[in-house]
Design a protein around this ligand. Structure first.
Ligand SMILES: [Zn+2]
Length: 43
């Protein structure tokens, strides 16, 4: 079972195991940077 999710820059990607963080590592470099900032600010 997979799920379609949207990255921080609006791309749609399919993830095999949806989880809180799985999609972060599928994104492009700028998304990745934003994602890390997001995670850092939430913890
Ligand atoms: Zn991106």
């Amino acid at each position: 079972m997979s799920e379609q999710i949207e990255t921080l820059c609006g791309r749609s990607v399919e993830v095999a195991e949806p989880s809180e963080l799985a999609w972060l590592w599928e994104t492009c470099a700028s998304c990745n940077e934003s994602a890390h900032l997001l995670v850092a600010s939430e913890s």
